[in-house]
Design a binder for this molecule. Structure first.
Ligand code: FAD
Length: 385
């Protein structure tokens, strides 16, 4: 038995449900999403929810500019409060090289209309007195940045997609992508077949393996990233409105998560793998570096940790577009640890490519899959691994 659909989307993380939702809004016919596990059970569920305009490359800035309003009015469109806190992003600058890069970033961001400042160390100390600033050269600060709850956002989009007729089948792992005369013609799970002239690969860190099912090279590799949360910590010592603080030099991040704090750290030399066990050996450097930067946190205690997968591409930038070798096959993946914030607008852009043949909301030429084969790579340095 096989089911006929107009579009099959593989994966129900934010990229998959957003694509399905935007297709349904435009009445693109019968849309089926096939998810191996549950809605929002991959990287999206484990993300910190950060939303920022602060990128070095134009496309990252433009994606946030095009998508931020949807987060700001999320509840009116999706009926769910996404816990969007616009407390800003503060990206610390420690070295001469970072300072020169920060000056270039701020100038490009401002030229595109982003509200962003390069603060001096004195200004950082004045605005955020709980930070150690003596080793800083400054920081970039954008007050419209913030963070939202990825699970609430993604499940709300999925619910709206279902309400518009999208069928989401969980527990359906795609194990084959079928082709007929150079075109995609459908997919198969262990128990079912789905015929469709359009198939979208939205499988995050697993996209390389899913691409191989269709003979398409999708250069996305998994990278483990760890998060830890502290026990409740007093708001009079670290304010509730504290920004999402990134300390790229030390490779850590800090933001409020309710009464506690959410701390992030990666391991620069970590080999790509699908491991998601918590790397407890990171707690020693994490505590040292966090206490250096935020001295009051010497009195905090760690409560728990988790690890998830970034979906890295060679230039640390996502992919949205048609796969050139197989007509009808599309890819939306590889956002390299900053895909939650771009998921909503990325799904809209994917729907434009499918229905109109090209995206019109943002110039997504830098996101084309072909760029890897052409060697046209411009690495996004503001990727915090
Ligand atoms: C610790 C951590 C912190 C992060 N912090 C941020 C942040 O602050 N801001 C931000 O913007 N981004 C952040 N990210 C990145 C963000 O989570 C990802 O970029 C984004 O969630 C990717 O969404 P996705 O839909 O592509 O992937 P996923 O959410 O992983 O969804 C892919 C889905 O595909 C399914 N799948 C895989 N193979 C198959 C198959 N064969 N058949 C059917 N289904 C399949 C999987 O089960 C999964 O549900 C973070 C990531 C991590 C790990």
């Amino acid at each position: 038995m096989s089911t006929r659909a107009d579009v099959v989307v593989i994966g129900a993380g934010i990229m998959g449900v957003s694509t399905a939702y935007h297709l349904a809004r435009r009445r693109a016919g019968r849309i089926v999403v096939l998810e191996r596990d549950d809605v929002c059970s991959g990287s999206t569920a484990l993300a910190s929810g950060g939303i920022r305009h602060q990128y070095a490359n134009r496309v990252g800035i433009e994606l946030t500019l095009a998508g931020i309003e949807t987060f700001e009015r999320f509840e009116s469109e999706f009926g769910v409060d996404p816990s969007f806190r616009q407390h800003g992003y503060l990206i610390l600058v420690t070295t001469e090289g970072q300072l020169a890069q920060a000056e270039r970033n701020v100038s490009l961001q401002r030229s595109l209309g982003v509200e962003v400042d390069l603060l001096s160390p004195g200004e950082v100390a004045r605005r955020f007195p709980y930070l150690h600033t003596e080793d800083l050269r400054g920081a970039t600060w954008s007050p419209r940045d913030g963070y939202a709850d990825p699970y609430l956002v993604t499940t709300a989009i999925a619910a709206r997609a279902r309400a518009r007729g999208v069928e989401i089948h969980t527990g359906h792992e795609v194990i084959a992508i079928e082709r007929t005369a150079g075109r995609v013609s459908g997919v198969a799970t262990r128990d079912a077949r789905f015929e469709a002239p359009v198939v979208v690969i939205a499988t995050g860190a697993w996209s390389a393996a899913v691409g191989r099912l269709a003979g398409v090279d999708i250069p996305v590799a998994p990278l483990r990233r760890s998060k830890f949360i502290t026990a409740p910590f007093p708001f009079d010592r670290i304010p509730e409105t504290t920004p999402f603080i990134i300390d790229p030099h030390q490779g850590i991040s800090v933001r409020r998560e309710g009464a506690g704090l959410l701390l992030g750290i990666g391991r620069k030399e970590e080999a790509g793998s699908f491991r998601t066990d918590v790397d407890w050996s990171l707690t020693t450097p994490l505590v040292e570096r966090v206490v250096h930067r935020v001295p009051p946190l010497a009195d905090a205690s760690l409560l728990r940790g988790w690890a998830g997968l970034y979906e890295m591409t060679p230039d640390q930038t996502g992919i949205i577009g048609a796969a050139p070798e197989v007509a009808g096959l599309h890819v939306i993946a590889g956002f390299s640890g900053h895909g939650f914030m771009h998921g909503l607008v990325a799904g809209q852009l994917m729907s434009e490519v499918i229905l109109d043949g090209r995206a019109s909301t943002v110039d997504i030429a830098p996101l084309a899959l072909e760029r890897f084969a052409r060697g046209e790579l411009s690495v996004e340095p503001l990727t915090f691994t």
